[in-house]
Write a protein that binds this ligand. Structure first.
Ligand code: ATP
Length: 340
């Protein structure tokens, strides 16, 4: 493993911000640190960067324990959400900053900055100042500046948070392809599940200071280990009484059950292939989701969500429908399992 973190703990006046977090990251990976606000993502990132000292635990980068290595000597590039560009410096000087501090030869700096200007698509903007740039351009300057000293590891803290939705989408795609091209190991913090799923090779879900799950986006989506993870990645709703559903009578009454809309089939009588296995429910709400309808159906005391194709006859609140549940995610204290 290129990065190895063992039992990393950090408390702030008794509050546990990082609760014995352990993980390993292979070289060249693009990893998303995802979780709700206050969950402890930034604390992990800052400890890796050397900006925060852990109470206990070890951090290894490329086989070397770096706990006692100062931030500047860890070979890490950092990009924060608020760009933190130097306002009185041009784009060129901002990107050159780290190299100037390192007293690199002028010719080297010039060549390296031009290379980064090219890579980040900032050609023609070299002489501009940060206040003459769009949010997306500023963030690309911050990215180029972090990359200039050729770090081995790149840490991005909510790099797109301050950017509007459309530019943000473009930047994400750009960032992913650029990082893949350079091949640098990167960890980025986000609280946006869509962003994490779209950009990352691997996701670490952090909540309440704990690492809840680590895996590829698809793995986490398909096999969530906890109800929290199931709820955080993808659409889901909780069923208070799964054992009252047809076909699920034997399931633990105490278990928590999560259901995803894509595993719920609904239809008018005649539309379903196996109507005998279905329950009868009543449509509560219908939401237009652009590519489909999302339908909330009342099943006894519980409600489930399902998608319905726009090509099918529209449903209305109060309509009776048949409901087939193809998959449930069940969780109790010890383990999780999928029932189909
Ligand atoms: P966000 O998405 O809001 O940035 P986060 O997941 O990055 O959240 P952290 O910033 O790591 O969360 O914070 C984790 C917890 O530690 C929070 O409850 C926060 O208030 C607390 N915390 C972080 N830094 C400090 C500090 N310097 N002093 C006191 N408490 C802190």
């Amino acid at each position: 493993m290129y990065i190895e973190v063992n039992q990393l703990r950090k408390t702030f006046g008794g509050y546990i911000a990082s609760d014995d977090v352990s993980f390993g990251i292979e070289k060249g990976r693009l990893v998303g640190l995802l979780g709700p606000s206050g969950g402890g993502k930034t604390t992990i990132l800052r400890m890796l960067a050397g900006l925060e000292t852990p109470d206990s635990g070890d951090i290894y980068i490329d086989g070397k324990r770096v706990n006692d290595v100062p931030a500047q000597q860890r070979g890490i590039g950092f990009v924060f959400q608020n760009y933190a560009l130097f306002r009185h410096m041009s784009v060129y000087d901002n990107i050159a900053f780290g190299l100037t501090v390192q007293k690199k030869p002028k010719a080297y700096i010039k060549a390296r900055v031009s290379e980064l200007i090219e890579l980040t698509g900032l050609k023609g903007l070299e002489k501009r100042y940060p206040n003459q740039l769009s949010g997306g351009q500023r963030q690309r300057v911050a990215f180029a500046r972090a990359l200039a000293p050729e770090p081995h590891l790149l840490l991005l803290d909510e790099p797109f948070a301050a950017i509007d939705a459309k530019v943000r989408k473009e930047l994400r795609a750009w960032l992913k392809s650029t990082i893949e091209r350079i091949g640098i190991t990167t960890i980025f913090v986000t609280h946006d599940q869509e962003e994490a799923v779209e950009v990352a090779d691997e996701i670490m879900i952090v909540s309440g200071g704990r690492l809840e799950q680590k895996g590829s986006p698809i793995d986490i989506y398909k096999n969530p280990h906890t109800p929290f993870v199931a709820g955080f990645i993808g659409e889901s709703s909780q069923l208070p009484e799964p054992s009252r559903l047809k076909g699920f009578e034997d399931e633990l009454p105490g278990a928590k059950a999560i259901i995803r809309p894509e595993f719920v089939e609904i239809g008018k009588p005649g539309e379903l292939a196996t109507p005998l296995a279905a329950e009868t429910g009543v449509v509560r709400n219908v939401f237009f989701r652009g590519s489909s309808w999302q339908v909330e159906v009342q099943l006894g005391t519980q409600s489930v969500f399902a998608y319905r194709s726009l090509e099918k006859e529209a449903l209305r609140p109060g309509d009776e429908v048949l409901v087939l549940i193809h998959r449930l995610y069940l969780f109790n204290d010890e383990h999780s399992r999928i029932v189909e």
